[in-house]
Design a protein around this ligand. Structure first.
Ligand SMILES: [Zn+2]
Length: 337
């Protein structure tokens, strides 16, 4: 009801809607410490139960207010095709990949952002945004795990590539809270074929099982994690972890990438990680790959009672008066699929 249905329509600040939005938001804020009431969407209630368990969502950070919070449920038919949206231009330098670490909430891979070697531009963005890190959100089971939803459908996992506006801000920390400070590419993961780029990352996971563990990662090209189809939805939102800053231009890819849940395969002893996949019968040292590998990580530090790192997604947030734009035209066949 609060949405602006067409591009260029009335802005909330220029109408009486802004008061309504503030009142509605105030009511919603009071429910944030009880996430099962954070929105009225069907899948949300079940998803929220698990999130409420993590210490990240206890305390003041979980009640920060705002009118453009993320993630959201993207309603395909309500998104507006905007022919002015340019294609995304992604240019990443594999050599700028630094390390992977267990943040205690996520599996995250960091990049050297001291130069413009890796970044994204185009799409809805006015500037080049430098790549800072990427990370994943996933579920305990395949029925949930992604942060965004599409027509109420959630995926087993979601990848976020986080970039900051190096034209307007001197560093990532200042960009986080600044206007147009961040640009995040979202990619859904669905079950299917094994994904070799992801498998290369999975090999480092045993070394970062516990919170705060960190390992160096050699050259890694993150564009290999993007789907071939670059169609996307875009909207103005927030970080989905504290400080929940409303500085993010989101670009969520329409097409997921495929990842296997688990496969009995792995690098043969003595072979380099870049060698071809072994056939399944010859795999002598089996490892978890794909989604099950992510589920071997822990929220907890060494010496603490072990708690498996799963369901590290934030519940859906109300769209409020925002518009979701798409870079592509929905067809009757594709809509709702
Ligand atoms: Zn994220």
């Amino acid at each position: 009801m609060l949405r602006t249905p067409v591009l260029g329509g009335s802005h909330p600040e220029s109408s009486g809607l802004s008061i309504l939005v503030k009142q509605t938001w105030g009511a919603l804020r009071s429910h944030w410490l009880r996430p099962e009431r954070s929105c009225s969407l069907g899948p949300c209630a079940e998803r929220s139960k698990n999130n409420a368990l993590h210490s990240l969502w206890k305390g003041p950070a979980s009640v920060r207010g705002g009118a453009r919070q993320s993630p959201i449920n993207i309603r395909w038919r309500d998104s507006i095709y905007d022919p002015r949206l340019k294609p995304l231009r992604v240019s990443y330098d594999a050599a700028s990949c630094l390390c992977a670490w267990n943040t205690g909430y996520l599996f995250q891979v960091e990049f050297d952002d001291s130069s413009e070697g890796s970044g994204v531009s185009g799409g809805p963005l006015e500037n080049l945004y430098r790549l800072k890190q990427f990370h994943f959100h996933w579920g305990a089971v395949n029925e949930r795990g992604s942060e965004h939803a599409v027509d109420g459908h959630v995926y087993p996992a979601e990848l976020h590539l986080v970039h900051w506006n190096a034209v307007r801000y001197p560093n990532y920390q200042e960009a986080v809270t600044g206007e147009d400070g961040l640009a995040v590419l979202g990619v859904f993961l669905q079950l299917g074929a094994r994904h070799q780029a992801l498998q290369e990352l999975v090999r480092v996971l045993p070394g970062i099982k516990h919170k705060d563990a960190r390992v160096a990662v050699g050259p890694f090209q993150p564009s290999r994690l993007l789907p071939a189809c670059r169609d996307y939805w875009t909207y103005l939102g927030s970080l989905t972890t504290p400080p929940l800053s409303e500085s993010v231009t989101w670009m969520v890819h329409r097409k997921p990438i495929e990842v296997a849940q688990d496969q009995w395969s792995g690098p043969r002893r003595g072979k380099s990680p870049d060698d071809e996949w072994p056939d399944e019968a010859s795999a002598s040292s089996s490892v978890h790959v794909g989604l099950d590998a992510l589920r071997t990580l822990l929220f907890t530090a060494l010496g603490e009672e072990e708690k498996t790192m799963v369901n590290n997604y934030r519940p859906l947030q109300p769209l409020m008066n925002r518009t979701v734009r798409s870079s592509f035209q929905a067809t009757e066949d594709s809509a709702g699929s």
